[in-house]
Design a protein around this ligand. Sequence first.
Ligand code: AMP
Ligand code: MG
Length: 323
Amino acid sequence: MSFNSVIFRHLTINEPRFKCIFKIQDSILFSIRSFLRSEGFIEILAPIIGPCTDPGIRGAKLVSIDYYGSKFKVMSSMILYKQMMIKCYPKIFALSPNVRIEPLEAVSTGRHLAEFRQIDLEVAYAKCEDMLNLAERLLKKVIDDVLTNCSDELKFLGRELTPLKIPFKRYTYDEAIELLSSMGYHVSYGCEIPWDAEEALSSLHKEPFWITSYPISARGFYYLEDESRPGFLRDFDLIYPDGYGEAISGGEREYRYEFVVERMRRNCEDPSNYSWYIEMLKDGVPPSAGFGIGVERLTRYICGLRYVWDAVPFPKIPGVISP
Ligand code: AMP
Ligand code: MG
């Protein structure tokens, strides 16, 4: 794999295909913002650093900085802050920058960056069902708008994109594991679905599809356990078709202080590392649900790009030194 186009980005950034990609990306961001505003959301400013961040990031490392003598983290996701912000306003979203030092092997997936952005949203008192419905309508609108506004750019990129048919198919984690097993992928039960298996499952489909109800052991402490199905979460992932892999992760949040502390202990997390978050939960936050959708991955899918690093002007590929 050659990364010259990224290392010498100043020589490649004026290629016509990049003009097409970033025009399409602008349409995507514009549509997301107008759709969410029309649904009653307000856009907020995302944090970049803080005393703690999302630990549930599948083997990637967090970045720490010295903040006036205290150790601060660079946001791997703003999930904990979203739970705070819905105390202020019930429907919020942000274009949130995230840094994760992904393992070097992640490069081979073509869908992992070390710096990326999510459209991250949260809704007070919402349930999973509301979020699946919102995400489906959001993606449909984004793609309809790109088809209307960027047909020349799609044609230049050779991308044949068709309007989405919603609702998307739904699998539970158990069903997805079973399907994978029939395809010869044996996922160890209770873990995240490995990258190669996720890609194989994605390649089997022609439309995006959901995987819901992950086992509690697969995910972070902030997802709500399903009362009607102990051991499983009220959560979901959306997977793009045609091998593009994961698009969205989200779910209902565990918001009760004692339950979060217990879950942290089970995950071998020290609650004292999350002191403001724990204090906030003690005070009380509303129940909520939300999700994050990776902007570069969405651009990659819509433009039909082989690599996610062509979906961002100044990409940070794990292990590659570039502007
Ligand atoms: P996660 O919190 O890991 O579920 O990430 C939320 C969303 O951000 C994912 O569904 C992806 O769309 C996107 N994402 C996560 N990790 C990366 C990465 N390393 N590079 C690019 N996008 C990512
Ligand atoms: Mg995820």
